[in-house]
Design a protein around this ligand. Structure first.
Ligand code: GLV
Ligand code: MN
Ligand code: MN
Length: 413
């Protein structure tokens, strides 16, 4: 069989993506499928059914990670692993994460239909709670699998309604018995949308990331004094929201002041009691800092912490800073990155070398073994929003690159 000539079924990939997009579909054409929600459960149930249809051995571990294993000719060899995540952002898109899972499924369906016998086993994976928007932090279950985060700490994380990760995992029936502990793998490929504007601007089909930026997450808690807005003079107020506003502007300005390749964002804010005629007594907000240079990101945080202390003092507020999560920047395996580039070029696609500004489970996988990613263009560079869009042709192109990369790795002795 000419394995190099094998291609996925783009129509079937589209149908799988469209079927999955119904779980948590939003009126604006996006997806709201938060981790461990009922929609996540329904999508998982269908996914597991699809894995069984092609005779994969399904394992669910204690973090709810779902693995589907296709045996190789030599079962003693570590497998080739590929996948991504089924959960989405709130009112997010139809491609982030799920493309990497449905793309991997399409690869396995193709191997199954063509009766391809690979030397090594091939394993598909859905990592639980990659997004980290319902339960922070992100990538928590690949992090536990990689031995970088504690299982019980992950179980104890709560959503905004106080529900625990561990309880929700149990409730949807995906708290498996198998320990979430890494096993050796030969290669890990994660197929994903770019989530930025570069590929579209350059007219390239395949992005070849050399690695992922660092991700540093913090929570800021400001305590002021709530009071009646009318009788309370402007002087002497302890307005937590005004203090927060100044801090948020400092976050916005920090990357420009320090130079280098860094972004910093406040994405979530909770104002208490959030009433138009009460001076805000408490504000909590999040900070996300990313860079290819970990030291720069740490320096940014050190400077921000100092200016936050000054701002809170000026407003007579108290301040508590919490470090939620840090993942260092992760360079991928150069040999696998070169393979992605070679395969894409051989298939006739324009490629572009880049750095992933988005976080992925591949960050933790890189700490364990050979890892690479494959990117396809995001229309208008938009992602984590309902209008997130990638053409069906590009979806199939990336899946073809994944198929060939998986075959090459799975045939290696
Ligand atoms: C994950 O989606 C991230 O980049 O935050
Ligand atoms: Mn993703
Ligand atoms: Mn995402």
């Amino acid at each position: 069989m000419d394995l190099g000539g094998l291609r996925v079924n783009g129509e079937r990939l589209r149908a799988s993506l469209e079927t999955m997009a119904a779980f948590g579909a939003t009126p604006g054409g996006g997806v709201h499928r938060l981790s461990l929600s009922d929609d996540d459960k329904r999508a998982r149930d269908l996914f597991v059914g699809w894995l069984r249809e092609i005779d994969l051995e399904v394992v669910v571990d204690e973090m709810g990670n779902i693995f589907g294993r296709r045996p190789g000719l030599d079962e003693s060899l570590p497998p080739v692993l590929t996948g991504s995540h089924i959960d989405s952002q709130p009112n997010g898109g139809r491609f982030d994460g799920i493309l990497g899972v449905m793309g991997a499924l399409e690869v396995l369906r193709t191997l199954h239909d063509e009766g391809v016998q690979t030397l090594r086993p091939v394993v598909i994976v859905d990592w639980t709670n990659e997004e980290g928007s319902r339960f922070s932090p992100a990538m928590v279950s690949s992090g536990v699998w990689a031995g970088k985060l504690e299982r019980d700490w992950a179980y104890s994380r709560t959503d905004k309604d106080g529900r625990r990760f561990g309880d929700e995992l149990q409730r949807i029936g995906y708290r498996g018995a198998v320990p979430a502990k890494s096993r050796p793998f030969h290669a890990y490929y994660e197929y994903h949308i770019e989530q930025g504007p570069q590929l579209e601007r350059l007219g390239k089909t395949i992005g070849v990331p050399k690695g992922i930026v660092c991700l540093h997450w913090y929570d800021v808690h400001i305590e002021g004094k709530a009071n009646q807005v009318g009788p309370t003079p402007m002087e002497g107020r302890n307005d937590a929201l005004v203090a927060a506003a100044r801090m948020i502007l400092a976050v916005r300005e920090q990357p420009g002041e320090l130079g280098g390749n860094m972004v910093a964002t406040v994405g979530e804010i909770h104002n208490h009691p959030n009433s138009r005629n009460i001076i805000p007594g408490r504000v909590d907000f999040t900070i996300d800092i990313r860079s290819w240079d970990d030291d720069l990101a740490l320096e940014a945080w050190a400077q921000l912490s100092r200016s936050f202390a000054e701002i809170s003092e000026e407003h007579g507020c108290s301040l508590q800073l919490e470090e939620i999560w840090r993942v260092q920047h992760t360079p991928f395996d150069e040999r696998l990155v070169a393979r992605v580039e070679e395969v894409a070029s051989r298939l006739g696609y324009g490629t572009h070398p880049m750095v992933s500004g988005a976080g992925h489970d591949a960050s933790y996988m890189t700490m364990l073994g050979s890892t690479a990613m494959i990117f396809v263009p995001s229309k208008g560079g938009r992602s984590h929003v309902e209008v997130e869009e990638t053409s069906w042709d590009d979806c199939a192109a990336g899946a073809d690159v994944l198929l060939q990369c998986v075959i090459e790795s799975a045939m290696e002795a």
